[in-house]
Ligand binder design. Structure first.
Ligand code: PLP
Length: 382
């Protein structure tokens, strides 16, 4: 246990978030929990374990490496879906291990067709169709060709889903585009059906789509950020609570990132702190050093901007964030001692540092900030 900080995941709060999702966006659709980016920084394996414990059984990651990472904790009757990158060497592995994957272009399909006959297992695919995001997805003009191939290899390929991804459902400015996508999607699903391709599930929604537009929910919703207690955007949250009596978020953050005070320093008025001259003690100051820096995911852009919690009070970052340490100003917090708990994200007593306020200071999105938390920080379920 040599780590300088730890990440705690609150099981009770996570359970409450899942309950909310089941009740709202997944009351009639299957709930697929997206745990890419190391579970949005929360720890993919840990999140999967808790989720399964709480009765969930469908998960999605972005690439084969992420799938491999969590496969050993996946229950026998759970599903795992790769939504993005998979290539030759991993295709056989995926089939063997019952891992489903998106087929988002014809080249990938050709590779599946080359691999599948050699395997005693079926390839379980989700056909991702292009509807206007223009990133990944099969062009409807190729559906004829696609259908011919699929019909020929019926015995080797199981079409688990037909799906698409919405481009920016978290912002009303994209509303017209998203509406158009849904129209295209319905047309594509029908088009494939007409060509004899029946899939088990139709799916399109990410968090923002699912919470804003009922229509996007289809048979399955792919929920990432909401399960962790964050909203896809401020706008999504405002829209959700606007017409409701209760103006409090129904979701709770489940992450706490904490470290300890490693050293204390009295700095006389007129001295500079740390590298360079960005922090001048304008009075006699007491600073605490915390062994977490930009190498640990505490962004350098929080220099002289960020705050942490010590003894239930906010302590501003003083000076530049170093590679492995920060100094925080605790002049007005009495009684701080070496070894005291420091909260970088989360709550301490009745104060909170939310990731979004953290990212306001550092102008990073929740998504980006969370996934940047290094993998080697231990994740502990509490
Ligand atoms: C990341 C991702 C999601 C989940 O997005 P959230 O906004 O976090 O809910 C859903 N579908 C695909 C294809 C994704 O890549």
């Amino acid at each position: 246990m040599f780590e300088t900080s730890t990440i705690e995941i609150d099981r009770k709060k996570y359970a409450s978030n899942l309950k909310f999702l089941r009740k709202t966006v997944a009351s009639k659709s299957e709930l697929c929990l997206v745990i890419k980016g190391n579970g949005y920084g929360h720890g993919a394996r840990q999140i999967m374990e808790v989720a399964q414990d709480l009765g969930e059984s469908t998960f999605a990651v972005f690439n084969a490496a992420e799938a491999l990472d969590v496969l050993s904790v996946l229950n026998k009757d759970s599903r795992l879906i790769i939504m993005g990158e998979i290539d030759f060497p991993q295709l056989e592995w995926a089939m063997e291990n019952n891992v489903e994957f998106f087929v988002h272009n014809l080249t990938l399909l050709q590779k599946v067709l080359e691999t599948a006959p050699k395997s005693p297992f079926k390839a379980k695919v989700h056909l991702e169709v292009e509807t206007g995001m223009n990133r990944l997805g099969i062009d409807p003009r190729d559906f004829h060709f696609l259908a011919n191939l699929l019909n020929e290899f019926q015995h080797k390929i199981e079409v688990m889903g037909v799906c698409t991804h919405l481009a920016g459902a978290e912002s009303i400015t994209n509303f017209v585009r998203v509406k158009k996508q849904l129209k295209e999607f319905d047309r594509a699903v029908q088009g494939l059906r007409n060509l004899g391709i029946e899939s088990q599930q139709i799916h399109a929604a990410c968090s923002a789509g699912a919470i804003r537009l009922k229509k996007t929910r289809y048979d399955m919703v792919r929920i990432g950020i909401l399960q962790y207690g964050f909203w896809p955007s401020q706008e999504t949250f405002i829209e959700y609570i606007m017409d409701r009596q209760n103006k409090v978020s129904p979701l709770q953050r489940i992450i706490t990132w904490k470290s300890r005070v490693m050293s204390l320093k009295a700095v006389p008025m007129g001295q500079y702190v740390g590298y360079g001259t960005s922090f001048l003690a304008e009075a006699d100051k007491v600073l605490a050093t915390v062994p977490v820096g930009y190498a640990d995911g505490f962004s350098r852009s929080l220099s002289n901007q960020g705050r942490v919690l010590v003894r239930g009070k906010l302590a501003p970052v003083a000076g530049i964030v170093n590679m492995n340490a920060i100094s925080v100003d605790i002049t007005d917090i009495p009684g701080v001692e070496i070894g005291d708990e420091v909260v970088l994200i989360g709550t301490q007593e009745d104060q909170a540092i939310s990731v979004s306020s953290f990212s306001d200071y550092s102008s990073q999105l929740n998504y980006e900030l969370l996934t940047r938390l290094p993998k080697d920080i231990p994740r502990i379920i509490v």
